[in-house]
Ligand binder design. Sequence first.
Ligand code: AMP
Length: 206
Amino acid sequence: MIAVLFGPPGSGKGTQAAFITRDFDLPHVSTGDMLRAEAATGSPLGLEVAPLMAAGKLVPDELIVRVIAERLRRGDVRKGAVLDGFPRTVAQAQALDTMLKREARDVGLILSLDVPVDDLVERLLGRAREQGRSDDTADVIRERMVEYEKKTAPVLDHYRRCGARVAAIDGVGSVEDVRRRVHEEVAGALGAARRPEPTRRVADGS
Ligand code: AMP
């Protein structure tokens, strides 16, 4: 199953994705981590994205779609994956839908982490102090929130319109509380995905 962890910066996507990976053995695919790794090695891709990331801007759709397409071709995601930080625009979601459709797959679950904006800013500033992430200064955080509202929030409507399984998760509380809520939803979706199709009765066509 392909699950998408969705939510604003600071909502706990990375933390909860790591739990899903541990609990359900689904590879964690974080586009933010992949881009940070590229930036750290100074590859051409890394050099291109580093200034955008440092400014809290999204990187261009075609670029990130290329990165994720390559990642989804690797064998470990055959059994599924948890996507963290992708898709972040409706164009990315459409590109993902097309990619998956070619292999008769789709996004099986979207987990949307809901956290009030004041809590988000506090969490991000705390993370900046602890981890020294250069995209977590007050100005950059504001820019990331603007990008989220403008470009990323509509992705949820895209999936709702498509009839995908969207679970809104209360992202406030302890990490363990949120983990339990997420766990329940993933287990439910996996149960539904693995349940065999009901057998059709030929005689009455039901
Ligand atoms: P994250 O760790 O997911 O918050 O991502 C950190 C930064 O990487 C973002 O602020 C963007 O600059 C860039 N990034 C990660 N994923 C994407 C994406 N799907 N589309 C555009 N930019 C992205």
